[in-house]
Design a binder for this molecule. Structure first.
Ligand code: SF4
Ligand code: ZN
Length: 311
């Protein structure tokens, strides 16, 4: 819950004296709409440049679910690269087949790409895997997010390949990234904690980039709100089963009482990686014996899941 959107009797912006729309607790600043937009665009641009996430000649597949994070990501990238003829953006939407949820977000995605004039590719679980997530989850709802995550990752790669992409950008924000660090610690999965799909890919798959990885969820929501963009979307019905939901609520509480906690969690991951320069974390990547995709064991997660769904 940090930074906090400011509502009534808002203090003045730390830069211009206009009424603030957000209190950036970890920097101590209050920001008006104009300075929040400028701050976000500048920080995202810095992340992209410092990590060389997007380079001249890149075709970037932007994962667009139609929710807040991916909407903000596409808007930001469109703004940053709209006058760059050497970078191409293509939005990729995955329709998992979640009744009462995905229809609305897909509509929101279609509206956005039409407004921005960006090429759009949609892939669905039904087309790629033969049925909807709803059907795959019959009798296994508690595993919803792991099943969905593995299939969605595969579907996004197919979409990105169809777009001819050289990078795959996702809307993961600072809250998501800090939650992942903590979840990997809670699961005892230290290899996944330090592994970085982009850097450790060894050229085997399209590198994934996360331009919003240092932006708080609340900053993204306020960034959209001040521009009059507020997709009113339902919550995924399977979210209640997720460990992430519990971690999210715990971590937001800690961040509110101790601003900067999420950034410090991210620093831990970076510190471990920097302490072992050039080291490949986990088993070296090979290829799945069934589908040929890059993976660290004999079978990739997708093929393992395919077997368990069919059994
Ligand atoms: Fe998939 Fe879980 Fe997200 Fe729903 S909450 S879309 S099941 S990952
Ligand atoms: Zn496989």
């Amino acid at each position: 819950m940090s930074p906090q959107p400011v509502r009534r009797n808002a203090p003045a912006c730390s830069h211009c004296g206009e009424q603030a729309v957000i209190h950036q607790r970890y920097t101590g600043r209050y920001l008006c709409g104009t300075h929040l937009i400028a701050d976000l665009e500048c920080r995202v641009s810095d992340t992209i440049a410092s990590q060389q996430q997007i380079m001249p000649g890149d075709c970037v597949a932007v994962a667009l679910s139609g929710g807040k994070d991916s909407t903000a990501l596409l808007l930001l990238l469109h703004r940053l690269f709209t006058f760059r003829s050497d970078v191409r953006l293509v939005a990729v939407t995955v329709d998992e087949g979640i009744t009462g949820y995905r229809e609305a977000t897909v509509r929101s995605a279609v509206d956005l790409v039409r407004r921005l004039g960006i090429e759009h590719i949609t892939v669905s679980f039904r087309e790629l895997f033969g049925d909807s997530l709803d059907t795959f989850l019959k009798g296994r709802k508690p595993q919803a997010c792991s099943v969905c995550g593995i299939l969605r990752k595969k579907a996004l790669v197919v979409g990105a390949e169809r777009a001819g992409a050289t990078k795959l950008a996702t809307g993961h924000n600072l809250d998501d990234e800090a939650q992942s660090v903590l979840m990997n610690v809670l699961r005892g999965d230290l290899m996944r904690l330090v592994r970085n799909s982009g850097e450790d890919s060894d050229g085997l798959f399209i590198p994934r980039v996360k331009p919003l990885m240092y932006i708080h969820e609340k900053e993204i929501a306020t960034y959209l709100m001040v521009q009059g963009i507020w997709p009113e979307l339902p919550e995924c019905p399977y979210a209640i089963h997720a460990l992430r939901r519990e971690v999210r609520s715990m971590l937001s509480g800690i961040e509110y009482r101790h601003p900067g906690t999420m950034l410090r969690l991210m620093e831990n991951k970076k510190a471990v990686r920097t302490a072992f320069p050039g080291k490949t974390f986990g088993e070296p990547l090979g290829t799945c014996r069934e589908c040929g995709d890059p993976c660290s064991g004999e079978l990739c997660q997708f093929c393992q899941l395919r077997h368990s769904l069919l059994s």
